[in-house]
Design a protein around this ligand. Structure first.
Ligand code: DGJ
Length: 718
């Protein structure tokens, strides 16, 4: 396993437990020859490259294609030389194999805990005329069918080079039909699972917003037609990046598909002075021969254990109550304390104070940047509130939106040049706010100091890091004209640098990212903050789709999911508290409503839900997810969580609308050990794992809308 190099054949074979990936040199081009089920490393290596006699560069399946010398498909990079020309041709120069995985300086990335977990191949390519060196990095994990790819550019000449395009990876998959699967959406409608057959031409998704965005997640899977949750081949690509990105699948005239993903090239340039280098973000490629479900479980395991960091990585997450939908901007210390007091009685562990606690923020039109508590609302300050909350036995958490500045703020009045802007042009406001220029060290330092002061003087256990608008007029007052095309990416790098500093300095704080809900639910953010507010839509029916779609890539531990009030604030729907609870308990659980307004019966049910979640949360957050029925395909949704040793499982079933005179219904389970017997906790019945998976459990037939059920299964000891 690992990486074998057959120098005589110019062949590089990357192998994990179930997967092979092969690259072969052809006329000094690194050519993609295979990605799929594991192949033996002997007897299988002759004639891997099959171009059917057509050796023209436009037909070669390439590893990192250029534009300008005969390949007319989507290129992976482009560089401008000082003489203005933009033709370069990278040829193989040498290779290195390293144990483990090198750290990507300044960028989030998956990691190893010991060098034996992975091996890294570096292919070194050169354009001798431009003196451009490009290193293609491939890390293959031993125990997971995962390859992490990224690219480094080095200017080894004496003149300037300018990168015009620098994608993270390109893969040419051999001829054959493929479906493209991706997560589309909008604010409050994230994670829509979308699948379409590729035909000749390009199909692309991306973001030009400076953040990964609600519209498309930086993720794509290519699946053979017929591949479903449990069987068939699928190739996943997940970009570890939080800014503008692009991903394209391009089918050529011969039915081959080139898939490319990386930084969005629109409005991107990067100046490379002699001796300078540029590192792209990395893309995580997962192969599964057992359907989409297995691809997701690999992403979940990798992201939960080798992307997320910090003391909360492997810890159960606290059950929280957040005051946003309870009070919006209208609160004071006593009101908040009353919600926290109720929460304490019900067993909730963390109280989170959301937007509106600073400056003079009575609405969303002022004060961002003035990170000082509003003594009109909190006469004793944050400290007094935090202590009162702690006194009730709850931890205290706080909302911040530190990348923003309100024109109506003291900070803006003092530093009008601290926002992203283009001189002489309008500064477009969205939600009455502008974006701080995080490409500037002085701006980052100011925010670091302001937040550190709060984080070190108030007993804060949790931070919700929000971001509520996309980037416009992306320019910086400090940057030279020829570097203005770097600001979008430098903004993201600046954000990463600040997050690294804060999370290292405050290791005990649990950070949750948010971007008007799931507008930046991406692996880049998860590297710094191990959970994300999945969506501003808290309606339980809508959440079925949002959480199902998001789970395609992201682990359940990362998905913030709250029970909110009815009628729901986003769609006006009235669903039972039990249904809302079951949907939210399928994620990283909490409440977002005024608990003091609940009836005694409702409080009793909340108490039960909280106690129940404490018993199941390790299984939900760290177990293996099996999606059983898709909300995108009908009226019913089901999923289940199975422990690593298959001794425990938990099934959630949801039916949105009642069905008149239904036939007997059963739900087939998955992921169990067919040779074990399991006890259904509610009924004490015992069934074989094989029967539960082939025949299933019978489903309730209640005559009402919004039915949900939860079934706990425990393996019976012999
Ligand atoms: C958007 C977030 O997604 C909400 O949860 C809330 O924190 C608001 N911002 C506050 O302005």
């Amino acid at each position: 396993m690992g990486i074998s190099v057959h120098e005589d054949k110019g062949l590089f074979h990357l192998q994990s437990t179930g997967m092979s990936y092969m690259i072969q040199l052809f006329n000094d081009y690194p050519v993609h020859v295979y990605w799929g089920k594991k192949l033996r490393d002997d007897g299988n290596l002759e004639g891997m490259l099959n171009v059917g006699g057509n050796t023209g560069i436009d037909r070669l399946p390439q590893e990192y294609p250029q534009y300008g010398s005969g390949d007319f498909r989507n290129p992976a990079y482009q560089a401008r030389l000082e003489d203005g020309t933009r033709v370069t041709e990278l040829r193989y120069s040498s290779y290195r194999v390293l144990k483990g995985k090198p750290v990507l300086e300044g960028l989030p990335s998956v990691y190893v805990e010991s060098e034996d977990e992975a091996e890294t191949l570096e292919l070194i390519l050169k354009d001798d005329y431009a003196k451009l060196t490009v290193i293609l990095r491939y890390t293959i994990y031993e125990g997971m069918d995962v390859i992490a790819r990224s690219v480094q550019f080095l200017n080894e000449g004496e003149s300037k080079l300018q990168l015009l395009r620098a994608l993270s990876a390109s893969v040419d998959l051999s001829a054959g039909e493929l479906d493209m699967i991706y997560l589309a959406g909008a604010w409050a409608r994230e994670g829509n699972l979308t699948r379409r057959r590729l035909v000749q031409g390009g199909t692309n998704i991306g973001s030009r917003r400076g953040m990964s965005g609600h519209q498309f997640n930086p993720f794509t899977a290519l699946a053979k037609p017929g591949t479903d949750e449990n069987q068939g081949e699928v190739f996943g690509f997940s970009l570890v990046y939080s800014g503008s990105f692009e991903a394209e699948a391009e089918v050529d005239s011969f039915g081959s598909t080139r898939f490319s993903i990386g930084l969005n090239s629109l409005d991107f340039t990067w100046q490379l002075e002699p001796g300078e280098s540029f590192q792209t973000p990395e893309v995580i490629m997962v192969y599964s021969a057992q359907g989409i479900g297995e691809m997701s479980r690999v992403y979940h395991r990798l992201y939960r254990t080798r992307l997320c960091r910090g003391q909360y990585r492997d810890k159960e997450r606290p059950i929280l109550v957040n005051n946003w939908e309870a009070t919006y901007f209208d609160f004071n210390t006593d009101k908040l304390e009353s919600i926290a007091a109720e929460a304490a009685k019900l067993g909730i562990e963390l109280f989170v104070l959301d937007d509106g606690w600073f400056g003079k923020r009575d609405a969303d039109n002022s004060s961002l940047g003035d990170w000082v508590e509003d003594l009109r609302k909190l006469p004793g300050g944050l400290n007094d509130l935090a202590k009162r909350v702690n006194g009730l036995g709850l931890q205290f958490g706080l909302w911040v939106e530190p990348e923003m500045i309100s024109p109506d703020s003291d900070l803006y009045r003092q530093h009008p040049d601290w926002c992203l802007h283009v001189p002489g042009r309008r500064r477009s406001e969205i939600r009455w706010q502008l974006v701080l220029d995080y490409s500037r060290a002085d701006v980052r330092e100011y925010i670091y100091e302001s937040l550190s002061r709060i984080f070190s003087t108030i007993p804060i256990a949790y931070i919700k890091w929000d971001m509520n608008r996309c980037l416009t007029e992306v320019g910086s007052a400090q940057m030279a004209p020829e570097r203005q095309g770097e600001i979008g990416h430098r903004y993201v790098l600046g954000l990463y640098e600040l997050l690294e500093k804060l999370t290292v300095r405050f290791p005990k704080i649990l950070f949750e990212s948010c971007c008007s809900g799931g507008g930046r639910f991406d692996p880049g953010m998860l590297y710094y903050m191990p959970q994300t507010w999945t969506s501003d839509d808290t309606d339980a029916v809508e959440r079925l789709k949002i959480q199902y779609g998001t789970s395609l890539v992201y682990p359940v531990s990362a998905m913030g999911a709250h029970v909110s009030a009815v009628p729901n604030h986003q769609v006006g729907r009235i669903t039972p508290l039990s249904f809302r609870g079951d949907v939210a308990m399928s994620g990283n659980f909490g409440y977002e409503l005024d608990l003091t307004k609940f009836t005694p019966e409702e409080k009793e049910l909340v108490k039960e839900q909280v106690a129940n979640y404490k018993g199941i949360r390790s299984l939900v957050q760290q177990g293996n997810l099996y999606r059983l029925q898709s909300p995108f395909e009908g009226n019913e949704t089901a999923w289940m969580f199975v422990s690593d040793d298959q001794s425990e499982a938990l099934v959630y079933y949801f039916r949105v609308m009642a069905i008149p005179n239904p036939p007997p219904r059963s739900l087939k389970l998955n992921g169990l050990n067919p040779s074990l017997n399991y006890r259904l906790e509610a009924s004490e019945e015992v069934f074989g794992g094989d029967r539960l998976m082939q025949v299933g459990i019978s489903l309730p037939n209640e005559q009402r809308d919004y039915v949900s059920g939860c079934y706990k299964l425990v393996a019976v000891k012999e």
